[in-house]
Design a protein around this ligand. Sequence first.
Ligand SMILES: [Zn+2]
Length: 274
Amino acid sequence: MIVRSLWKGAISFGLVHIPIKMFAATEEKDVRFHLLHKECHNPIQYQKRCPHCDREVTPEEIVKGFEYDKGRYVIVTQEELEGIAPEGSRAIDIQSFVNLKDIDPIYFAKTYYLSPDQHGQKAYALLRNALQQSDRLALARVILRTKEALVALRVYGKGLAMHTMLYPEEIRSMEPLGDLGEGIDVSEKEQTMAVQLIESLTESFDPEKWQSEHRKRIRQFIDAKVQGQAIVEAPQAPAAGKVIDLMEALKASIQQAKTQQKAETPKKARRKTS
Ligand SMILES: [Zn+2]
């Protein structure tokens, strides 16, 4: 459940000013463990210590330093950082519009929801409808806290979602991975079979279908432990078959996909394979 807005500001769409509130759109669902002292099972506490003064320090005693040289720091205050932030830093400043297919998913970082703030409803609706009609995303710059972010705004559900995006320099090169088999010849027959396998496993994306099986098992395991029951056993991983021949493996996979399809209830039309 969304509790409170993380940020308030405005979208600048040309000269149109749209007051908005920002909310986190996603949340972690991982099973979290606490770190306890093995002897007494009390949660471990973390102390902030200065090794030089050999004592614990309070938050008021902590400042930010940038290490410009080994062991040499320049101290920067929050006020100074805010002073550097450009004018109108409470604005999501739309710079241009692009097609979704032109953005590689690698650039998307985190997603937020935007809702209209006071007196912003009409302008918000206008932008949302216009984005929908033109089938585009808006690229914008925004300063969140002291970090400048590139963001993409798009229609999601009945409203607007904002994706923070990575900068090109934050994307690592694949070069160090070396040879990725670009030069290897694959026979036409093998390729055709592989495409056929893809076709037989193609369906429309249904997010509800994709639950975390592993997380579910950890929960079951913990519930059983709490109740003092025997521990649930981990399911056997399928034995890794010895794949000797690529063609044989492909044929067997297609056969398996067909059998699975027959077993499923045919409520959803799947793409036919010959
Ligand atoms: Zn100290």
